[in-house]
Design a protein around this ligand. Structure first.
Ligand code: K7E
Ligand code: CUA
Length: 663
């Protein structure tokens, strides 16, 4: 088929698909009797779901946690975006997590949740997720469902191909979506071909609180899209899709869709480790930020880093190869055996599958077409294992069931297509509503998929739910893959755009949950462990208030001596030692969110009062029958007022405070 014909066919298909969405009210769950489907997703009250599913929040910057098969929303975990519901990114303890070299960045666009692995199987220790806009990778601890660490990625613009893991989570990776000048400098945009480069970054990830850039590989100035680690025989390799091999800097829609084939980059990272050990790299001065939570105080810290090891492939032969791949490939997914490398060419008419065995042979035989910037381009015929013919339109992402089948999402034809590894024949297809992006099978990108369900993560919801104005929540659909034929079971709305999701058996996580923080171990510098330890102190224009929260009061709860012009810090410690007993804190007129306090932890709210008066504060989390009594007052006087600092703590403490103030 001529290129232009193929392209207009695809565009026509897009248009037709659009018409279908607009006009046809879809039959309700055509594929399965409703009661049968309902019984398969019914989790009786008080019972637990079989799987935790972690859905990315896309442009909400968060992760949402759902139970499967019920589709119950269990939790929102804030990661890259401030979250007023629990004070994340607003309180003093978590603000440092959002520091970057661009300053405080309270938002991002997160696409790919990635569970940590042991021997190629998700292990339930951590969840990683990428920030697309200001390239970063975060670690979420799955004993607390909290963001613990965020590492910024220098020499990168658009951290999209991220944060895929190696089989023991020694590394997670990020490849830059946008090529830019490296280091980034002021050049004319039309010098793209000479001056713009890509990078692939390997980050060490197996030590909590110690993520760092292990090394970066300088790549040709293409767009890098997605990646996956090899496993089994291909362990030690990493695969990344690239598009815009045309190196266009304008109107990519047209200009980056010219070449019949773009590339999958095969990176031998064991070879990269050798080159690092042999000093075959350049130490580049650059700046990036590493943020992590100090577990003793539960307060985040932020540190600046100043250099990276940058490997140029021409310095380190054997580190990188290109596999020609039709056409503007998006996802690249490795089957559970580690032999097959499946690419989803957005504009391709087939699903190409490369063979790792053939790749090794092609390298040994030097079956190269040419070289780009020191990277050999292998011959397509020398590496291709097979092509899935007529799969549908717009293949994006593939996951595996561990029984020899692959499931590919088809964006344009809005369906999941099931096909057989090795014979490449399509064996089943099921429509999605509508425009599926990623799909997710529990463990479906790992060595041992748990199978059972595929979750379709759709871009457009249209007529599936009661309308809610011009914008509808995006949607996930749960499909049963336990039999020969896929069966649609359930639709549920998502938070933000659920690009990708990963799921694993609940049993790997649920019994490891921390229920409260031990007060005795709380090392926060302003922790208040008993009512008698509360108080108010002044250091110049800074006022620190230490306070406890317990059902159903704050202590102290009357405070005086604050003046206009002061910056006040309320350090509130929840001294409860029981599961799920939370308190909150908010003060009238604050330019901030509330605090939410887990049992045993201290959180700090900054407040800059602007006018004299008496300001109430209260508990925002309904904690007991006398929750409405859980309140207090802070008096604000004009600057220079003679009103003395006062906190109504026990007499002894107050006497000590007064004594301290005399000195
Ligand atoms: Cu396909 Cu960002 Cu992984 Cu969205 S990406 S769909
Ligand atoms: Cu404490 Cu409500």
């Amino acid at each position: 088929m001529r290129l232009s014909t193929q392209r207009s066919l695809l565009l026509a298909a897009v248009a037709v698909a659009g018409v279908i969405y607009a006009c046809t009210p879809r039959a309700k769950t055509a594929s399965l009797a409703a009661s049968d489907a309902a019984s398969k997703v019914y989790v009786p009250p008080g019972s637990y779901d079989e799987f935790y599913a972690f859905l990315s929040g896309g442009y909400s910057g968060q992760v949402s946690v759902y139970g499967l098969p019920s589709g119950r929303l269990l939790k929102l975990i804030p990661v890259f975006s401030q979250f007023p519901e629990d004070g994340y990114g607003y309180n003093e303890e978590t603000k440092p997590l959002l520091q970057t070299t661009y300053g405080f960045v309270p938002w991002d666009d997160s696409h790919h949740p990635e569970l940590s692995q042991t021997n190629g199987v998700p292990d339930g220790r951590w969840l990683f997720i990428n920030a697309n806009n200001t390239p970063r990778v975060a670690r979420i601890d799955l004993t607390r469902f909290e963001t613990d660490e965020i590492l910024q990625i220098p020499n990168s613009a658009g951290g999209h191909a991220s944060p895929f893991t190696t089989p023991n989570s020694k590394y997670v990776v990020s490849a830059t979506r946008f090529s830019v000048p490296i280091p980034n400098t002021d050049v004319a945009i039309d010098t793209y071909k000479q001056n713009f480069k890509g990078t692939i970054t390997f980050m060490t990830a197996d030590q909590p609180g110690k993520m760092d850039i292990a090394f970066q590989i300088l790549m040709p100035g293409y767009n890098y899209d997605l990646g996956h680690a090899g496993k089994g025989p291909s362990d030690g390799w990493f695969f990344f899709t690239s598009y815009n091999t045309e190196q266009a800097s304008t109107k990519l829609e047209e200009n980056a869709s010219q070449n019949d084939k773009d590339y999958v980059a095969a990176i031998n990272y064991k070879r990269a480790e050798e080159c690092v050990a042999q000093n075959k790299f350049t130490t580049q001065t650059t700046e990036y930020v590493h943020n992590w939570v100090d577990q003793a105080s539960r307060a985040a810290k932020s540190e600046k880093k100043t250099s990276v090891k940058l490997i140029n492939p021409s310095q380190c032969p054997g580190i990188a190869y290109y596999l020609p791949t039709p056409k503007s490939p998006h996802g690249v997914d490795i089957d559970p055996t580690g032999e097959y490398i499946v690419a989803g060419g957005k504009l391709a008419t087939v699903i190409p599958v490369h063979s790792f065995t053939k790749l090794q042979k092609a390298i040994a035989d030097k079956a190269f077409d040419k070289e780009v910037d020191g990277i050999p381009v292998l011959k397509y015929d020398a590496v291709i294992a097979g092509e899935v013919q007529k799969p549908g339109l717009g293949p994006l992402h593939t996951e595996f069931d561990g029984k020899g089948y692959a499931y590919t999402s088809m964006f344009i034809s809005s369906e999941v297509v099931k096909w057989k590894l090795g014979t490449w024949e399509v064996v089943d297809r099921i429509p999605t509503y509508y425009s599926i992006g990623h799909l997710s099978i529990p463990g479906g990108d790992s060595k041992q998929p748990w199978g059972k369900y595929v979750l379709a993560l759709n871009k457009i919801t249209k007529d599936r739910y009661l309308p809610t104005g011009p914008e509808m929540a995006q949607s996930a659909q749960l499909i049963d893959i336990s039999g020969d034929k896929m069966k649609l079971l359930l639709d549920f709305p998502t938070i933000g755009e659920p690009h990708y999701a990963q799921a694993l058996p609940a049993s790997l996580i649920k019994d490891k949950q921390i229920k409260f923080f031990k007060l005795a171990e709380n090392a926060h510098p302003f922790a208040t462990k008993a009512e008698s330890e509360g108080g108010i102190t002044r250091t110049g224009k800074r006022v620190d208030i230490k306070m406890i929260a317990i059902r159903s009061h704050f202590a102290p709860d009357n405070l005086e001596g604050v003046q206009v012009g002061d910056t006040v810090y309320f350090h509130v410690t929840n001294i409860e030692q029981d599961w799920d007993i939370e308190h909150g804190f908010a003060v009238l007129g604050q330019n901030n969110s509330e605090l939410i306090l887990n049992p045993g932890e201290t959180r700090t709210l900054q407040w800059i009062p602007k006018t004299p008066g008496v300001y109430p504060f209260y508990c925002t989390d309904f904690c007991s029958a006398l929750h409405q009594e859980m309140q207090g007052y802070v008096r604000v006087s004009p600057a220079g007022s003679p009103v003395k600092l006062m906190a109504n703590v026990s007499k002894k403490t107050q006497a000590q405070l007064v004594e301290a103030q005399k000195h």
